[in-house]
Design a protein around this ligand. Sequence first.
Ligand SMILES: C[S@@+](CC[C@H](N)C(=O)[O-])C[C@H]1O[C@@H](n2cnc3c(N)ncnc32)[C@H](O)[C@@H]1O
Length: 253
Amino acid sequence: MTLKRVDYNDNQHKTYVEGRRMPAGVAARWMERFAAHLPARRPLMIIDLGCGVGRLTPALADAFGGPVVGVEPADRMRAIAEANAAHPAVRYVRGEAAAMPLPDQSADAVLMFLSLHHVPDRAAAAREIARVLKPGGRLLIRSPFSDRMTAGWWQTFFPRALEIERQMFPTLADTAGVFEAVGLKTLALVSVTETYASSAAEAAARLKLRAISTFEHMTEAEIEEGFARMDAHVAAAPDAPPDSGESDLLVLG
Ligand SMILES: C[S@@+](CC[C@H](N)C(=O)[O-])C[C@H]1O[C@@H](n2cnc3c(N)ncnc32)[C@H](O)[C@@H]1O
């Protein structure tokens, strides 16, 4: 089965801010992880590639000084970023991984936070990223890798979710290979623990906003069956904390 491309202008933009809200503590933890793999000097020019609604973009400017450029192809996602995630050191531009309206050797770092799997031509994206990075610049990729994934809390209620996500995400070796072809070497693979909700009931309410593109590859019937299974589970222990997830961060440079 080949998965269709998901355009965030269609559905995802409607619920992304609420459905994928990142607690401040989680954002702060990510900034610490990024800092551990970036130069100590400030400011740093950073590209948030596939920035969506700017969930992390202002935090990058606060942590690293900026300027930070959020590059986003979906007009409706970018419009939300411009309205909700403005910051004096941030600007949002239309573009995508294989075509960024930015000069050669202008960025200290490029962050791809959950955007790599949406890029149709990763070889072209790798060439473009290598073009905009300064010598010694870093590429930070936060992505699941299909060969390292296990079912998280919510996937246990949707029997096909893990299979779909294994098709959505590239393997670690394929990802490293695409960037090695343009001279970027793997420097580190870091695991970060993330907790997005404090109770199963809260996690379930957010999930029902369907702000995860995996849902776009399921039928309405299987989504409803999955939510029914989830509701039964949550009703038994609504205050139970959902499991924390382990997320991979791949650092190249
Ligand atoms: C799961 S969202 C992540 C957004 C943001 N990085 C975050 O963590 O909230 C994926 C984003 O990648 C964008 N995207 C899709 N195709 C892309 C491409 N070819 N290059 C860069 N970004 C792309 C989508 O429009 C969407 O906003």
